[in-house]
Design a protein. Structure first.
Length: 549
């Protein structure tokens, strides 16, 4: 499968969890991320990069290059409806018929390392050690305390709230000073130092920050004290001004008024404002802390003499998170108050559980609309930075529509690796992504999408179709009625504020046809509105059938 070249690039794929589109410094954010800024200035940053609107489906597409429905994550566990549970494409883990980037590169002679969040399988044959990673320190679930207590987000999350060191569970043996961002980088640095040959490597560094609960080490708690006291709109305006200077948005674009679903800053009491500002301070500190830890890894690559030969991809897995702690079943506001210490002095420390909430999530996704779980641009458009190795493209790219599934074929192209049509004795679904290597390395031939005229997304019955400047959007509850398509021209209306469906019914019909073709192609199953976790019970829900995908 390998080209036999001795000069194949290394790959470092860095994923952060629930970071908003404009949070980090290179995309206009006030949050100090100097090492990301360094990467952006050395490489290229993209405005039109898209992921799923939820964590695990994005990771399935990133690891496989396939659409999430074909890779086994048609919906994120444990959110299946009964008519979706364990159906083809809805297995809840990365299917065995879909080769991962680690399996493909391992078989081509690469060392393969993972440190951080996995979230696409918890059983013996679906964990990282069984899916191509030579060394791994993996968090298997969606989120948990960032400290050594590894406290689950709720009882329904406990079944997947586990750490595995290679293939040995170690949740109860985390060091006393454990903090996710620091420990993940420590592990990746260790793997690189232990490598005894000069073969190329794949490093998959998947931070759980800034996923809730918002927590940082004590020394970082007050880094942004007072920074958010002026409220939501002030930060939006600041970010918009910087984004215009960078060239990410047009100079005449106005501040997004938001969904109107949440109280304005002026409507909050002084105590509510103080709490809201404190949440954002801790969130911002989480992002600065992960940037600092990433910097340690970049410095180690420099020390090892491997930085120049390493292609680095940086992305967030979806838009910013609007969900409050009671989102995770069966939490309630009352149970959170009783079971966690969210006193003012303990916010951000072990034992607390807070989230930024919907109003700050809209700020984090400035100038886009809405947030994680929706297929508005705020849910699916995230930052992408690519730098290093043969990458010669530079600056800010605003005219390319990119998909998270593009990253794997790009890596295979750069490494000279062919993806087989079968895997584990089964036909493997074709790649949904395209190689970006020609565009990144300065070739005159632009990458093509293998006949696809549009990009389509679906998660929790929210749907979208992107084709050229046009976007078709279907929003399910709680953020939409789930009864009609909306149409937007993103070139003229990147904030998705002006619905053109009544004005251009023929365009709606055309793009709806694209959606129907996509849905049939990937095996989409429309939810019947039930909850498999509730009907089966959470213990039975996680008793996956294996080996028959």
């Amino acid at each position: 499968m390998s080209s036999g070249s001795d000069h194949r690039p290394n790959f470092l794929v860095v994923v952060v969890d629930d970071m908003g589109y404009s949070d980090c410094q290179p995309f206009g954010g006030e949050i100090a991320t100097p090492r990301l800024q360094e990467l952006a200035e050395a490489g290229v940053r993209f405005r039109g990069f898209h992921t799923s609107s939820l964590c695990a489906p994005t990771r399935a597409m990133l690891l496989s290059g396939c659409d999430n429905h074909q890779a086994g994550l048609g919906v994120m566990q444990p959110l299946h409806a009964m008519n979706q549970y364990m159906q083809p494409g809805y297995e809840g883990y990365l299917k065995h018929s879909v080769p991962t980037m680690a399996e493909l590169l391992r078989d081509a002679g690469y060392h393969t390392y993972l440190a951080g969040k996995w979230h696409v399988g918890i059983t013996d044959d679906t964990r990282p050690a069984a899916r191509g990673f030579e060394r791994s320190f993996a968090f298997l679930g969606g989120g948990a305390s960032h400290f050594s207590d590894a406290r689950p987000l709720s009882s329904s999350e406990g079944k997947q709230t586990m750490y595995a060191d290679d293939d040995v569970f170690c949740t109860d043996d985390l060091p006393a000073d454990f903090y996710t961002s620091t420990h993940f980088v420590d592990r990746m640095i260790g793997y690189l130092r232990e490598q005894e040959d000069d073969r190329p490597f794949l490093g998959y560094l998947a931070f759980t920050a800034p996923h809730d609960p918002l927590q940082v080490p004590d020394e970082d708690l007050d880094r942004y004290a007072g920074r958010y006291d002026e409220g939501y709109d002030a930060i939006k305006r600041e970010r918009m001004a910087r984004m215009k200077e960078i060239g990410l948005i047009d100079s005449d674009l106005e501040v997004n008024p938001g969904s109107g679903l949440f109280p304005t800053w002026d409507e909050l009491s002084p105590d509510e404002r103080r709490l809201e500002a404190r949440k954002m301070e801790i969130y911002a500190s989480m992002i600065s802390t992960l940037d600092r830890e990433l910097g340690r890894l970049l410095d180690e690559l420099d020390r090892l003499g491997r930085r120049d030969d390493t292609v680095i991809f940086f992305l967030s897995d979806n838009g910013a998170n609007p969900k409050q702690p009671e989102f995770y079943q069966p939490n309630t506001p009352e149970s959170i108050a009783a079971e966690f210490d969210n006193s003012e002095g303990n916010l951000g420390r072990e034992g607390s559980f807070i989230s930024i909430g919907g109003a700050w999530a809209e700020v984090a996704d400035t100038p886009l609309s809405y947030f994680k779980t929706t297929t508005y641009e705020g849910g699916t458009q995230t930052p992408l930075i690519v730098a290093g190795g043969p990458v010669s493209r530079s600056g800010v790219v605003t005219d390319e529509l990119l998909h998270v599934a593009d990253i794997l074929p790009t890596m295979l192209d750069m490494a000279g690796v062919r993806r087989p049509s079968e895997w584990a004795g089964r036909p493997s679904p074709p790649l949904y992504g395209r190689s970006l290597a020609p565009m990144l390395t300065g070739a005159t031939v632009q990458p093509v999408r293998g006949g696809m005229d549009a990009l389509c997304f679906e998660m929790l019955e929210c749907r979208s179709v992107l084709c050229g400047d046009w976007k078709l959007l279907w929003m399910a509850p709680p953020y939409g009625a789930g009864d009609r398509w909306q149409l937007f021209n993103l070139a003229e209306d990147p904030r998705e504020l002006v619905d053109l469906a009544d004005r251009y019914p023929e365009k709606v019909s055309q793009l709806e046809g694209q959606w129907q073709a996509y849905a049939e192609y990937v095996g989409y199953i429309s939810s019947d509105g039930s909850s498999a976790a509730e009907e089966l019970g959470i213990d039975r829900f996680f008793e996956f059938r294996l080996g028959d995908d």
